[in-house]
Design a protein around this ligand. Structure first.
Ligand code: NAD
Length: 275
């Protein structure tokens, strides 16, 4: 299975389809991550807050895959936005993962009310300068906070990880990303199993036309738009099925039909403006 890599503005690149491990219990994290690596995933998305970095790290160590062939992301939690705390948090994540560098480190949420996201972003810039992380980005930043960190530091995030799926298409943030050369990474790409997205008739009919599953049709839509996507599953056959979505090419009409599913009230997770 060949997964495309998309270029960051910093000269590095990211495999467009990865494996996410939100809500993967610590005791199964090593097993399911090992399954994903065996299936062919080379990009893993975890976070301090997921409490499973150790299991992910164990699977990586036992996989025998060369470090340079893997792309590992983790995220800075909201309680460590102070500069020194952020540096220490990154070092602790590296320790738990058993790695000496991260491919990507993200500020997990802006938390505007806490007001320390600029400081957190400055810490990520320092971590990149020190070589602990290759690329830096953010997650869950509303437009004003994303614009502010760029304006204050002059450093543009390589990527912005946001809730993104056919029911919640984030056109405004995507336009801002395009202006700045920021890649768009979608979390909850399948709608987190919270809505009827995978039973939606537009999705199921497109899937049927290709002999594919609804999840594959939705993931193919993400890939066709140039989003980086990180579906999660702990079910062996779905881990394989989701990766195989990279082989599915939708027509322009099918992409447009899924574009038409965007909803005003499509957000399924927390609003980054108020979290
Ligand atoms: P998702 O959209 O990937 O949905 C996962 C759920 O969809 C699974 O639990 C399962 O119920 C279902 N599913 C998966 N594959 C399927 C298939 N082939 N067929 C049918 N159902 C299937 O949601 P997610 O896990 O929340 O998001 C993906 C990843 O994004 C996470 O694991 C995590 O790495 C990241 N994430 C980041 C943030 C953030 O704040 N930055 C928030 C949530 C998730």
């Amino acid at each position: 299975m060949s997964i495309a890599s998309l270029p960051f503005h910093d000269g590095r690149s990211i495999p467009q389809l990865g494996y996410g491990v939100f809500k993967v219990e610590p005791d199964i994290a090593a097993d399911v991550t090992a399954q994903a690596l065996a299936a062919g995933y080379r990009h893993i998305d975890t976070a301090k807050a997921y409490d499973n970095e150790e299991g992910v790290g164990r699977a990586i160590a036992e996989s025998g895959i060369a470090r340079e062939d893997l792309f590992v992301t983790t995220k800075l939690w909201n309680d460590a936005h102070a500069f020194d705390d952020a540096i220490a948090a990154c070092e602790a994540s590296l320790e738990r993962l058993g790695l000496d560098y991260l491919d990507l480190y993200l500020v997990h949420w802006a938390v505007p009310a806490q007001g320390r996201y600029v400081e957190a972003w400055k810490a990520l810039i320092a971590l990149q300068e020190r070589g602990l992380v290759r690329s830096i980005g953010v997650s869950n930043f509303p437009r004003p906070q994303l614009e502010e960190i760029i304006e204050v530091t002059g450093v543009v995030p390589a990527i912005h990880q946001i809730e993104l799926h056919p029911y919640f298409q984030q056109r405004d943030l995507r336009a801002l990303h395009a202006e700045h050369g920021i890649l768009t990474q979608g979390w909850g790409p399948l709608g987190q199993g919270k809505s009827d997205l995978l039973e939606n008739e537009v999705v199921t009919s497109i899937a049927a036309a290709h002999g594919a599953t609804p999840a594959q049709a939705v993931l193919a839509w993400h890939l066709a738009h140039g989003f980086v996507t990180i579906p999660k599953s702990v079910t062996s056959w779905r881990i394989v099925e989701n990766l195989a979505a990279a082989e599915l090419q939708l027509t322009a009409e099918e992409i447009a039909a899924i574009d038409g599913l965007d909803r005003e009230d499509g957000r399924g997770g927390s609003d980054p403006a108020t979290k």
